[in-house]
Design a protein around this ligand. Structure first.
Ligand code: ARG
Length: 458
């Protein structure tokens, strides 16, 4: 018998080269459990509407479960001439059941079948990624109490800017990851729609019940337009995009901690179990894990790019190009999951180098902005105050001192109204204590946020 997709219209068998070139089973075997689940649901529905008998449905279901067990156990031969996992499973069923097996494909096509299987797979992948994101958030939150009193120099343009509390820093990552979670959940709503029964592109003349299949597969609804849903890969692109943003967020962390672990910064000690050595330089403790998180982000971005280009310019509805959607998304899911799962113990295990951080805190004029705001509170217009503090910083740089080390005469020369209370606001610890605004690094604000996050992640 020829392959199931080759009807009586052909005189000649498929060329071997074509079989090799067009097969997808080498990667879509990943969908076998989803394919079996989809087929079982479909068979129940076919029995319900009377296309097959209850007995035939039972034979089909039993056969499919046996096939699934064989695949799971590695006792199932994958052959290029059977193209994809869908045809492998159908062929194995026909080998077992003969004509009963030949009835399963009624009212569906591989076009809606592959879309449905992939939706089921992506739904599970989203849930797994979501769990890993939460674990990373927990790792950051677990640091917040430990590092509650650590003041870090905050940077803009990678130049010292203003002091921030370490927990404020950690919760910045939690916020980014929380938006990633929201995107995952939102995307999941659109993934979780059944396309089964839209058939090749136009639907079917058989009396199928699409709602019934959807319910059996825990889909939240059925797609409304068969042309759209047999060709739609938005759910793949969206998922790839959400994964890309997660990877970008991890890459920011990775880059930052690579920098922070240098002798030059000396802010952080990465856990040794997650560092590597050099084969020639015995002193090296390298942050390879963080570098690879940063590096693997490139692959995830590339996968998104490939998917966007893949669907660009395809006419409606199913086109074979769409088969190429799986390797990219599989790779993005695996890569981002691996990055999340290795970032988590690194975040938990890293130690801030408190002494070194503290020793450098008076460098870089981290108090300049809150000093300017003190002048604003004394009635000096912001632009004037900004200029004036800039001049004072210039003087301090020239003398090689901090603002707090300048004599009062310098301040009074800059502005006649200034008195010795300037020293109450100068210096990094006064600066960090000056913050009050909602969402700022003010200790009271940060404490509230830490409490909110602890409760949220419980
Ligand atoms: N192997 C195909 C894929 O993954 C299955 C759908 C094939 N449909 C078709 N009409 N050739 O996209």
């Amino acid at each position: 018998m020829s392959t199931p997709s080759r009807s009586g219209v052909f005189d000649k068998a498929t060329d071997r080269l074509v079989e090799q070139f067009t097969e997808s089973v080498s990667f879509d075997h990943e969908l076998y459990a989803q394919d079996v689940a989809g087929s079982i649901a479909h068979s129940h529905m076919l029995a319900k509407v009377g296309v097959i008998t209850a007995d035939e449905q039972q034979q089909i279901e039993r056969g499919l479960l046996e096939i699934r067990a064989e695949i799971a156990a590695g006792n199932f031969e994958l052959r290029q001439d059977l193209e994809d996992i869908h045809m492998h499973i159908e062929r194995a069923l026909i080998d077992r059941l003969g004509d009963v097996g030949r009835k399963l494909h009624s009212g569906r096509s591989r076009n809606d079948q592959v879309a449905t299987d992939f939706r089921l797979w992506v739904r599970d992948a989203i849930d797994a990624i979501d769990e890993s994101v939460v674990e990373l958030q927990r790792a950051f939150v677990s640091r917040c109490e430990r590092d509650a009193d650590v003041v870090l120099p905050g940077y803009t343009h990678l130049q010292r800017a203003q002091p921030v509390l370490a927990p404020h820093y950690w919760l910045a990552y939690c916020e980014k990851l929380e938006r990633d979670r929201e995107r995952l959940h939102d995307c999941r709503r659109r993934v979780n729609i059944s396309t089964l029964g839209t058939a090749a592109l136009a639907g079917t003349s058989l009396p199928i019940d699409r709602e019934d299949v959807a319910r059996r597969l825990d889909f939240e609804g059925v797609s409304a337009n068969s042309i759209d849903s047999s060709s739609d890969r938005d759910f793949v692109l969206e998922t790839a995009f959400v994964l890309t943003l997660i990877a970008e967020h991890l890459s920011t962390l990775a880059e930052e901690w690579v920098l922070w672990s240098t002798v030059e910064f000396n802010f952080i000690k990465l856990p040794e179990e997650f560092c590597t050595g050099s084969s020639i330089m015995p002193q090296k403790i390298n942050p390879d894990v963080m570098e690879l998180i940063r590096g693997k982000t490139a692959r995830v971005i590339g996968n998104l790019q490939a998917l966007l280009v893949l669907v660009k310019g395809l006419p409606l509805a199913y086109n074979r190009d769409l088969q190429e959607d799986k390797p990219q998304l599989f790779d993005s899911v695996d890569t981002v999951k691996a990055c999340l799962d290795i970032a988590t113990p690194v975040v938990r295990g890293a130690e801030l180098r408190r002494d070194s951080i503290e020793a450098g805190l008076e460098r870089g004029y981290l108090d300049a902005t809150t000093f300017m705001e003190y002048l604003i509170r004394r009635g000096i217009p912001q632009r004037t105050a900004h200029h004036l503090v800039g001049q004072l910083v210039r003087t301090a740089i020239d003398k090689g001192v901090s603002l707090a080390e300048l004599p009062l005469a310098e301040f009074q020369q800059a502005h006649a109204d200034l008195d010795e209370t300037v020293y109450d606001v100068l210096g990094t610890s006064n600066a960090i204590n000056a913050f009050v605004s909602y969402g700022s690094t003010a200790a009271t604000e940060v404490a509230k946020e830490v409490a909110r996050w602890i409760e949220k992640l419980e």
